[in-house]
Design a binder for this molecule. Structure first.
Ligand SMILES: [Zn+2]
Ligand SMILES: [Zn+2]
Length: 466
């Protein structure tokens, strides 16, 4: 087996790992490297759509490989058509640093993953604004159709005959799937969003274990323990292990986060605002439970409402268990009465409209009336709603990671200005999505592979030390 780490080496995320065995070629994840991408691009300097792959090749953000990339991009770049030369992508979970660059793949490359991962990617595709998010479908770019006037129009997503479904395979846990000369098994693990998994790859030259992103302190920690037991039983020749926190001894607990949030809410006099990773439904469950313990209602924004709704039974709580805050957008007609409903709808994107007039939909006016009965899901891009709410005695709970780059530092400083302006105090309650150093070392010792390949870490040398 030939193992090439084409992304995720000496950095946290951007995993793109190519396995080759007797003509079978499989990628483990196809993610975006925030670190590398952030060196050249930002909110203001974006890769150009017209550049297709070239803006990404220029800075080594995508590996230059044949038989991998979308046909419409190759054509627009003036390159000859290629034959598919990758048998599958095995996705460990739906975080962007593992999944975002699926956008660039040919539509006929099968993508193996869990049901939850596919749903999260679907939510991302349908609610995101990025021009590079064909994650579960594929819109043929740079194509024209003949319009009613006989002229040419550029295609968009409304032209259904140009939108294709990607080839997803939803995997069942602990079942083996044959891909060419290899067999692959998906094993669910605990991480900071639902649907994360590791893999065992079986080959006649020995077996390979891939951890994906893993932790042992969340609500499904038993899954991670089961992963370790089964990985050990496969007597792996190779183990590709994440090591995000190999340098940290701190033992986290999601249950502890729930308790901290609950204590903070119980001390709060007015509205509680909580900043949290939006796709981490385990954290959302912690917040929901803590909110209920204190007799308050959890209020979610439209993006989180959309995800909970799409997840259905797989979500830890139902959309009818929470309130949905409909923000004022565009003309802000939602809070003007009397209003013309079709006109109100015009203020919102299509995916948002199903949440505007539910029994549990509310606006800032409802919040203002009873500030001490709500815990409001908040994030930095929705902060401007504070101007409508003007909360008194509010508390802000920061329940996500500390800033780890310049852009995030600036966002945090700006947030502090808003908190100061509205006289809001802040407390923190967070647990990482990754195992600590001692836990990773213990996992490796138990699984006991012949060869260890560290990825998703800035400290690969710390693995050698142990
Ligand atoms: Zn990751
Ligand atoms: Zn992750």
């Amino acid at each position: 087996m030939d193992i090439k780490i084409l992304g995720g080496k000496n950095e946290i995320g951007g995993n793109k790992i190519l396995l080759e065995h007797k003509g079978t070629r499989i990628f483990l994840d196809f993610g975006m490297s925030f670190g590398e991408s952030g060196k050249y691009f930002s909110e203001f300097v974006q890769p150009r759509k017209c550049g297709c792959l070239s803006d990404f090749f220029e800075f080594g953000l995508l590996p230059e490989q044949k038989g991998l990339y979308r046909e419409d991009y190759l054509k627009h770049m003036g390159l000859p058509p290629e034959k598919r030369d990758v048998d599958a992508v095995l996705l460990s979970h739906a975080h962007a640093d593992h999944a975002q660059y699926i956008h660039f793949l040919r539509k006929d490359i099968p993508i193996f993953c869990t049901r939850e991962s596919k749903i999260i990617l679907e939510a991302l595709e349908n609610t995101g604004a990025s021009g590079f998010s064909d994650l579960v479908t594929y819109l043929e770019s740079f194509a024209f159709y003949e319009n009613r006037n006989g002229g040419l129009s550029r295609v968009d997503r409304k032209k259904e005959e140009f939108v294709f479904d990607r080839d997803y395979v939803e995997m069942k846990p602990y079942e083996k799937y044959r891909i060419g000369s290899l067999e692959v098994e998906m094993l669910p693990v605990d991480h900071s969003l639902p649907g994360a998994c590791g893999y065992i790859i079986y080959s006649d030259e020995g077996n390979l274990v891939y951890t994906g992103d893993i932790r042992f302190h969340g609500y499904v920690e038993e899954q991670s323990k089961e992963f370790v037991a089964r990985a050990k039983a496969s007597s792996p020749r190779w183990m590709i292990s994440e090591g995000t926190r190999i340098d940290s001894d701190r033992i986290d607990s999601e249950e502890g986060v729930k308790k901290d949030i609950s204590a903070a809410i119980s001390d709060a006099k007015g509205l509680v605002l909580i900043e949290h990773p939006i796709r981490d439904l385990y954290r959302a469950k912690s917040i929901y439970d803590a909110t209920r313990e204190n007799g308050r209602d959890f209020v979610v924004g439209l993006k989180l409402a959309y995800l909970i709704n799409l997840m259905g039974e797989l979500s830890p709580f139902s959309i009818s268990d929470v309130k949905i805050l409909v923000p004022r957008k565009k003309w802000g007609l939602i809070s003007k009465e009397p209003f013309d409903w079709p006109q109100v709808c015009q203020d919102y994107d299509k995916w948002e409209r199903e949440f505007l007039d539910r029994d549990n939909s509310i606006t800032f006016k409802n919040l203002k009336k009873n500030e001490d009965s709500f815990v409001l899901s908040m994030n930095l891009w929705a902060m401007n709603q504070l101007i409508d709410i003007r909360p008194k005695n509010a508390l802000w709970i920061k329940s996500n990671c500390e800033p780890f780059n310049d852009d995030m530092e600036l966002d945090e400083q700006r947030k502090q200005n808003w908190l100061k302006h509205f006289n809001i105090t802040q407390v923190s309650a967070h647990a990482s999505g990754h195992a600590s150093g001692p836990e990773i070392r213990d996992m490796i010792k138990r699984i006991n592979p012949e060869n260890l390949i560290p990825v998703h870490t800035e400290h690969p040398k710390l693995f050698k030390k142990n």
